[in-house]
Design a protein around this ligand. Structure first.
Ligand SMILES: NC(=O)c1ccc[n+]([C@@H]2O[C@H](COP(=O)([O-])OP(=O)(O)OC[C@H]3O[C@@H](n4cnc5c(N)ncnc54)[C@H](OP(=O)(O)O)[C@@H]3O)[C@@H](O)[C@H]2O)c1
Length: 270
């Protein structure tokens, strides 16, 4: 089959990017996947995808090392910039560990894409770049005009939100001044089966919800019956999570509720 196109996916071994790589390969694309360490066991799943042996090439890339970014993007028609630090909790040095790789890393990807005449870059931002805006009128839909308030993020130590907000606004500015075609997407919480062996931050949120450690502020309390989980179409995923993280029905949230978010999610798949 003729090559459909050649695209680069940054952070290929991560939770969201792994699904993207799998999908692109199955649709006939040749993929340049960037990983920080191609020999790390946590990236081993990538070369097991269908068509990976012919159509997936892994590049060792750190977003802050511009020449490594350049090598991965060279020859590509499109770039999906997915990589960004997504820490499961607080980090000791947010400027260095979060802000710099997210913002400078994004600019490196965009500058290299522009130099390589890439046709389009899809930048994966986040609802985190939208939601932290206390001045936004209550009840008004948060659309493209709504951005997280950077000062508010700093004041409240929401460093991840700040990193995504700054990275997305820099991407927007870069697109305006360079003419590069940049599409931004802002996913909310992503949950579902994982392809990689490691556990990412958004799956950890689910574990915390199930274990009753996390309370979704503002949401009414809810009782989840065991049968609701096990009768819906997501049982395999949940059972897998239960087994892996040894969540038992004795965990407090089963009886205390407070898991409206999870409950809604389960109902969606019923
Ligand atoms: N999951 C969600 O609910 C969700 C929601 C909205 C938006 N997003 C966005 O989706 C993207 C992927 O998130 P995810 O949940 O899939 O997280 P993930 O599994 O932690 O993946 C993040 C990826 O970024 C890579 N990365 C981090 N810093 C890097 C650096 N300096 N250089 C090169 N690569 C670096 C990581 O590589 P290593 O494995 O080497 O650390 C990893 O592959 C992120 O941009 C995130 O903001 C996620």
């Amino acid at each position: 089959m003729a090559e459909k196109g050649r695209v680069c996916v940054t952070g290929a071994g991560g939770y969201v990017a792994s699904w993207l790589v799998k999908l692109l390969l199955s649709n006939g694309y040749t993929v340049h996947g960037t990983v920080r360490d191609p020999h790390d066991e946590k990236n081993a799943h990538l070369m097991k995808f269908e068509k990976a042996s012919e159509n997936l090439k892994l590049f060792k890339v750190d977003l802050l090392d511009r020449s490594s970014v350049s090598a991965a993007i060279k020859g590509c028609d499109g770039v999906f910039h997915v990589a960004s630090p997504v820490p499961p909790g607080s980090v000791p040095n947010p400027e260095v560990q979060l802000i710099e790789p997210a913002v400078k890393g994004t600019l490196n990807v965009l500058e290299e894409s522009s130099e390589a005449n890439v046709k389009r870059v899809v930048f994966v931002s986040s609802a985190a770049a939208v939601s932290m805006n206390p001045a936004w009128p209550e009840g008004q839909v948060k659309d493209e005009a709504c951005w997280s308030d950077k000062e508010y993020c700093r004041k409240t130590n929401n460093w991840y939100c700040l990193s995504k907000t700054e990275a997305e606004s820099e991407a927007l500015e870069f697109a305006k001044r360079s003419g590069l075609d940049v599409v931004r997407v802002c996913p909310t919480h992503v949950l579902g089966p994982k392809l990689q062996s490691s556990t990412n931050a958004s799956i950890l949120v689910l574990i915390k919800l199930l274990k009753g450690y996390l309370w979704c502020r503002g949401l009414p309390t809810f009782k989840i019956r065991e049968s609701v989980v096990f009768e819906c179409k997501l049982p395999l995923f949940f059972k897998e999570v239960f087994r892996e993280f040894q969540v038992t029905k004795e965990e407090p949230c089963w009886y205390q509720g407070r898991c409206q978010l999870l409950f809604q999610l389960i109902l969606q798949f019923k």
